[in-house]
Design a protein. Sequence first.
Length: 144
Amino acid sequence: MNLTLRPPRSPRLTLGGYAILPRLLDKGRALLAGTCGEYTYHGRGTNRHFFGFTGIDPDELKTELAAGKGDGEILEWVRTKTTRQEWEIAAWSQWVTGRTPDSDAETLGEFAESVGKFTTTREDIKTWFDLLDLDDHCSFGGKA
């Protein structure tokens, strides 16, 4: 996984119902390979929501990735580390996927500024995941 050549998977993609997880695995593998580029792995950004919801320690997950486990094996490991039910995972994934920057004026301003780095005409960028997908697309040569 070389995140200097291509972005990680979209945060919208799920593994075992968990949004963010495939992207997080891409970042972790790239971190281990020394090819993470500007992406972050530990409990920052959207990653913190996954770690907070599951109670999984980022370093423990990184250890599992370092063992060369595939996505399916990691999912089975995740399931042993959390007691979350399927309905909780589905609700959480729906919530995190639809998160908007509507908490306060400062956050709205930061969101608008971030979107403005890529486009001033698109009106469909409403959620944090919309912004991440746009950032990934534009950062690797796509047009807004």
